[in-house]
Design a protein around this ligand. Sequence first.
Ligand SMILES: Cc1ncc(COP(=O)(O)O)c(C=O)c1O
Length: 368
Amino acid sequence: MKPIQMVDLKNQYLKIKDEVDAAVHHVLDTTAFISGPECGEFERDMANYVGVSHAIGCANGTDALQIAMMALNIGQGDEVITTAFSFVATTETIAVTGARPVYVDIDPVTYNLDPAKLEAAITKKTKAIIPVHLYGQPADMDEILAIAGKYGLPVIEDNAQSIGATYKRQKTGSMGLISTTSFYPAKNLGCFGDGGMIFTRDSELAEKLRMIANHGSKKRYFHELLGLNSRLDTLQAAILKVKLPHLDGWAAARQEAARLYNENLPSDLVKIPAVKPDRDHVYHQYSILAENRDALQAFLKEKGIPTAVHYPMALHLQPAFSHYGFNRGDFPIAENAADHILCLPIHTELDAEQIRYVCDGIRSFYKS
Ligand SMILES: Cc1ncc(COP(=O)(O)O)c(C=O)c1O
């Protein structure tokens, strides 16, 4: 059996090496490293893929969220609602704008923001709602959009983990006023460094987002808005343009790996991921809930099985946000997930023998 890796970027690259290398060399030859033609071409490809009219490249998925909030004039005195269980970027960017993050606990089945708890979090200060499509499974967008609509609030979809997933036949990232994604290398569509993108159907907003990502400027050295230096560079755009046509095939490979995990894991001993019937899960992560999670993780490591904990601490308990005054017990389902979640290896290069070995390892931990 080949050694098991958490992600296998090398073998994925080797399969498309000729195409990727040609695209990189083309950029090296032209030296159009910033805002070269591949940037616009890839933005058009992504807008078509997601099904919106505008896609704006930026430096990473964190900046994408910050730019989205800057475009909505979110700042001091405002509140932004988000999930208590996500990667830190979702909440960090709210705090960076000067607004206060307001958390909603998660659905214990999907780990996504629980829409039944959303309305109670809305106040007069609320300026936006940021659901995250966590691990590859779309959040409950109909319910979230209905509540947002009732209060006239914009929704920013954090789609960093679920590019290519569908919710009632619509692609994630096409339903909110704005959506964002990340091209961090290990993401389902990853570049060879950092990269991100912002999506919207609104032309005026798109222009503003594009300006903010480029020093608040449309015309060089004339700065109409406060902005950032946050562009997707041409090399990354060229690589991503080659990778995009493979994305659906890679999602199918992840779904097949998940199917094999579902079939072979002891579901009486660990909680396997549940997918709601009206949506597609693209398995950025395959996450189980496990008793004695840390001991299980150490046991698997001894057997050559890497795993990861995304995420070991709910956002409201992170020291960086302690000044907001949250306590343990405030969002118990997120806290329980942080204490028990374990992400198993999942990527496009994993084979059935490796998956069975992981499942046998988990079974033998609980039987020993
Ligand atoms: C849910 C979520 N939001 C935002 C980000 C931030 O993306 P990046 O690492 O490209 O800044 C990530 C990725 O790491 C993420 O998983």
